[in-house]
Design a binder for this molecule. Structure first.
Ligand code: TNX
Length: 515
């Protein structure tokens, strides 16, 4: 096929259908998608990216699109204010004209022969709509070097918005440490699936990963180790803020977690005075859980918690601070309740909403505290009682949503304690109706935790998260009425060529036909 070099708009008849992505290939599947038969938009060297006039945020989203497409198409793709009445020829990102039903993160995408328009109520909706547009372009549009093209976008109209407000992934940077660049790479990958929250597990027995000025030994000493004697590491505040800003530019909120009162050996090893017996334990590089605890009767413990939460909250623009609370097997039950109660109040005093692993429902939760369910069965009477009492639940059932479980017995990475999770299993549950007594209205959303006892590199992260994270993203975004494994498997397979272009080391699950 000869590609005209002049800036003409190609019509559908000269664009080979095989190069075009399709409305049927978008993950998560949109609320409504109506293709326009025979209509194709074509990005060319004459394309302009228009933004809502006077909106710096819409301009930033437009620049985000233009920057990526300049890399892969080699076109100039200037960014300009949209003409005031009708959008001009080109791709327009507009904060007007979207139906009210799309809410804060939804969008309407219309693709006609000469125009693409993404309309949203909020910039976040423009950004989510952009991810759909990316998936409607050929996979090569996501390349970092200039590709041949052409760059068709199939015509039609999509109206789309999320089922749940919170769609997250957790990365455990404590068992193994991952540099800023690795986290930013992951942020780029998850943004494509409209994930809006990145939970960073910043402390555990094996390492403390964030600089706290008032307790410098936490990062300096407590951050020096990792599982298996692998290199440790920690984020400076500037590093953490770079992650937060990179995520924010992609409309992703960072949730920092300091796990307490268990999972605290790295902190206890860093400061002898935090221990009930005044003796610092050794640093720990094994993978056992449940052996460490902050000293609940000691008043200095709360000075420590207050300092850490205060400093972390000051560099965290998002609404949440996660305080762990899981597997506190070395903390007496009464102490656990007392401690978690005080910790939640400290979080509130610093203007944040607490999230805790669902063990927290055994304490007296504040009404605003979110319980993150990580159990392996579909009923938990304590969580159901909390939900009945108004507690919101974040769904991360370990046997379905844990990204560190092996896919199959032979998977080299990962664990098996919660079972094997092939991609069809990861897709096989309804977050709004899974847990007895925890209905749709009690569910804040879904999150896929990636614990990293066995995970050491960016390639390892890719392998465990893809393709399962997109399955979870669809459970979190798409209406339950669209849920269909066969259709999803087709859409998921269509992501493979894009992951190849992006350099994502995904698991080639035999459950999927990869093109
Ligand atoms: C349980 S899930 C843990 C983590 C481990 C994980 C490994 C949870 C709240 N605690 O400490 O890393 O299993 O799968």
């Amino acid at each position: 096929l000869a590609i005209p070099s002049s800036p003409v708009v190609l019509t559908a008849s000269v664009v080979p259908a095989a190069t075009a992505a399709s409305f049927a290939a978008v993950v998560p599947v949109p609320v409504s998608a109506v293709p326009a038969a025979g209509v194709t938009y074509q990005i060319t060297s004459a394309t302009t990216v228009y933004a809502e006039p006077g909106s710096a945020t819409a301009q930033a989203v437009a620049t985000f699109l233009a920057t990526q497409l300049r890399r892969s198409t080699g076109y100039a793709l200037p960014v300009a204010d949209a003409p005031s009445s009708t959008p001009g020829d080109g791709i327009s990102l507009l904060l007007s004209g979207a139906p009210a039903t799309v809410g804060p993160e939804g969008y309407q995408l219309t693709v006609a022969a000469n125009t693409v328009a993404i309309r949203a109520l909020q910039p976040a909706g423009l950004f989510r709509g952009l991810q759909t547009l990316r998936q409607l372009l050929p996979p090569e549009a996501d390349a970092t070097t200039v590709q041949a093209g052409p760059w068709p976008v199939p015509g039609g109209t999509i109206v789309d918005y999320p089922r749940f407000a919170y769609r997250g992934m957790m990365l455990d940077v404590a068992r193994h440490f991952f540099p800023v660049a690795t986290v930013q790479r992951l942020i780029d990958q998850i943004a494509l699936y409209k994930i809006n929250t990145l939970h960073l597990h910043l402390s555990d027995d094996q390492g403390w990963r964030i600089a706290i000025d008032s307790w410098p030994n936490l990062a300096a000493y407590g951050g020096s180790t990792a599982v298996g004697g692998d290199p440790g590491g920690s984020y400076t505040k500037a590093d953490y803020q770079a992650i937060v800003a990179y995520a924010a530019a992609r409309y992703i909120t960072v949730v920092p977690e300091i796990d307490m009162p268990g999972h605290t050996n790295a902190a206890l090893a860093s400061y002898a005075q935090l221990n009930c017996n005044g003796v610092a334990p050794k640093l720990y590089t094994g993978t056992s859980v449940g052996f460490s605890s902050l000293c609940v009767p000691l008043e200095l413990t709360y000075t420590f918690v207050d300092d850490v939460i205060r400093e972390l909250s000051a560099i965290t623009p998002g609404p949440y601070a996660h305080i762990g609370g899981d597997e506190a097997a070395s903390t007496p039950a009464a102490d656990y309740t007392y401690f978690m109660n005080r910790a939640q109040n400290i979080v509130a005093a610093h203007g944040k909403t607490a999230i805790g692993w669902h063990d927290i429902v055994k304490s007296d939760e504040l009404p605003s505290t979110v319980a993150q369910f990580w159990g392996t069965t579909s009923s938990d009477s304590n969580v159901a009682a909390a939900a009945a009492n108004g507690t919101k639940v974040l769904m991360s059932p370990a046997n379905l949503a844990y990204l560190d479980m092996k896919y199959v017995r032979k998977t080299k990475l990962g664990q098996t304690w919660a079972g094997l999770i092939e991609v069809d299993k990861a897709y096989s549950w309804n977050p709004g109706a899974y847990l007895t007594g925890v209905g749709e209205a009690s569910v804040l959303g879904v999150e896929g935790p990636l614990w990293t006892e066995t995970i050491r590199t960016a390639a390892d992260i890719d392998y465990m998260a893809f393709p399962r994270l997109p399955a979870l993203a669809e459970l979190g975004w798409s209406p339950w009425s669209t849920h269909n494994w066969t259709a999803f498997a087709g859409r998921l397979g269509a992501q493979g060529p894009r992951w190849k272009v992006m350099g994502v080391n995904y698991y080639h699950s035999p459950k999927i036909t990869w093109p």
